[in-house]
Design a protein around this ligand. Structure first.
Ligand code: BDR
Ligand code: CA
Length: 334
């Protein structure tokens, strides 16, 4: 099977780490590089965390550091979810290869790679700062990106940082706004679905006891993350937010319900980071096959710009959660 050329843009983070494990172990991707954005913890620490996961996997994928700060908002981190180091407070035990962290910037790497790979897709599982910067630097080139998958936003449900704000969106609302208003075809998984894809702690513990090396690794890096979600949902489990972005890229058939919407992002006050979709019934463009719709409309997007009548984002609203979890477990712990 032909591998999908991809860049992972992320802020590892426990569930970003799971997304790396899934993407690498699926063997379905030609991963050109991992670009890092500050988010869950600092950009430097996120890069080290990515390198530690790659070291565990014994693969050499280059890592490129990107934005330290959001475009305009003040930086926020979520060490209270992932642990102070972003990987369960235990990652000093795990070594990494410093040489994997390259000198070239994330944005330069993304643009150069896209120039050479017309079928490139990006799976983003952190704040969208790097992607927005690439759009500002070279919009015509970024409009050639085949697809952007993003874990972020809360479209029909509550937020997880504020009443309406999801972490990746609220970390850099200006960047999210700019990306949603670009010409890039986008599929997003927000809290609407990621809060329903739960990994039971028991599954990891049992596999670890049986000697599964990846489960042993996960048990450590997920320590803080499991404990946060166990308090949050009152069950011993954790959310597979970021792995879901990889899963929908890999298995689009698991999606049972998605709609194409125009999305905008609030920049201020109590609604800062809210990802607002236009659900007015008179906007009836929604239920189409996204790729066909996008192919047909993309010249109009370029000609007339994006306005409120032009939905561009495919929002995943329901899926086969059982199958998604089965795929995750069978690939990651194989
Ligand atoms: C998102 O926030 C981060 O803490 C996770 O890594 C995930 O990308 C969920 O809101
Ligand atoms: Ca993340």
């Amino acid at each position: 099977m032909k591998k999908i050329p991809v860049i992972l843009d992320m802020d590892p983070g426990a569930d970003d780490a799971l997304a790396i494990l899934l993407a690498v172990k699926s063997q379905a991707f030609d991963i050109k590089g991992i670009t890092i954005c500050g988010g869950n913890v600092s950009s430097d620490q996120c890069a080290r965390n990515a390198a530690k996961v790659l070291n565990f996997l014994k693969v050499d994928i280059p890592i490129y550091k990107g934005s330290y700060r959001p475009l305009t908002a003040s930086p926020k981190i979520s060490d209270y979810v992932h642990g102070t180091d972003g990987l369960g407070n235990i990652s000093s035990k795990w070594t990494y290869n410093e040489d994997l962290i390259k000198k070239i910037s994330a944005t330069d790497f993304i643009l150069e790679t896209l120039d050479k790979n017309p079928n490139l897709k990006i799976i983003a599982t952190g704040p969208l700062t790097n992607i927005a910067k690439c759009i500002s630097k070279n919009r015509p080139l970024m409009s050639k990106l085949k697809h952007l998958y993003w874990m972020g936003g809360a479209y029909t449900c509550a937020g997880n940082v504020t009443p309406v704000g999801e972490f990746n969106a609220i970390c850099d609302p200006q960047a999210a706004k700019e990306v949603f208003n670009s010409y890039i075809p986008m599929t997003v998984v927000g809290l609407d679905v990621t809060m329903k894809l739960m990994l039971p702690k028991d599954t990891v513990d049992t596999l670890a006891k049986e000697g599964n090396e990846t489960a042993k690794f996960c048990r450590e890096i997920l320590k803080a993350y499991f404990s946060y979600y166990t308090t949050y949902t009152s069950k011993p489990e954790c959310c597979l937010h970021d792995p879901l972005a990889v899963l929908v890229c890999l298995y689009p058939n698991i999606i049972s319900y998605s709609k194409i919407y125009k999305v905008d992002v609030s920049l201020e006050g109590i609604t800062e980071g809210q990802t607002i979709i236009d659900r007015r019934p008179s906007y009836k463009w929604h239920n189409k096959d996204f790729l066909k719709y996008y192919e047909k409309e993309k010249d109009n997007f370029k000609k007339y710009g994006i306005n409120e009548k032009m939905p561009t984002t495919n929002i995943v609203l329901d899926l086969d959660f059982k199958k998604a979890l089965e795929k995750f477990i069978s690939i990651v712990f194989k």
